[in-house]
Design a protein around this ligand. Sequence first.
Ligand code: HQG
Length: 178
Amino acid sequence: MIETKNISKFLSLVLRHAPETIALTLDENGWANVDELLTQCNKFHKKLDNTLLDYVVENNDKKRFAFNEDKTKIRASQGHSISVELELKEVEPLHFLYHGTVDKFMESIRKEGLQKMSRQHVHLSQDRETAIKVGSRRGKPIILSINAPKMHKDGLKFYISENGVWLTDKIPVEYIEF
Ligand code: HQG
């Protein structure tokens, strides 16, 4: 299990942030060719084959990666820092959404709202539990409730990634319940 977690982390690195680590190229929609990915991983001493890759994609706790229909391509479903066009569908949020963070960011968040920082979107969840987990990666979690229906009514857009993460460009302070 530890091994598959390491593979998932490595795939997040190359498919979201730094494909150049293994001299891989992604297309404008973030897709990597599966054969090329496997070849490059092995070249750079990250042992990976089709069976293991299938296993990691299928069993990943957050379903972070997705194949295209004929399984010739793979990409990360969200979380990119490099610029990719995921062709996300706009969705209307009907309820509050949640964001987990930590105290050291609060002063800045109170001033400028939630920003996407190094990623392509601000990440939100529809349940508090997920936000608690996200915040806990950095310390004692603080959960912010976002008035997403009001934001949407005011013309700000929301998307859901293939693995169910809510995404938006920024969250102005007036929509955050501290
Ligand atoms: C904070 C993981 C100062 C923000 C998770 C967060 C998620 C600000 C950090 C996904 C700020 C950015 C994304 C502002 C936001 N001033 N700090 N104005 N606005 N921040 O990692 O949401 O497991 O880029 O609160 O589960 O923590 O990798 O975003 O603490 O879904 O698949 O700046 O990453 O997914 O951190 O996490 P991140 P995130 P995976």
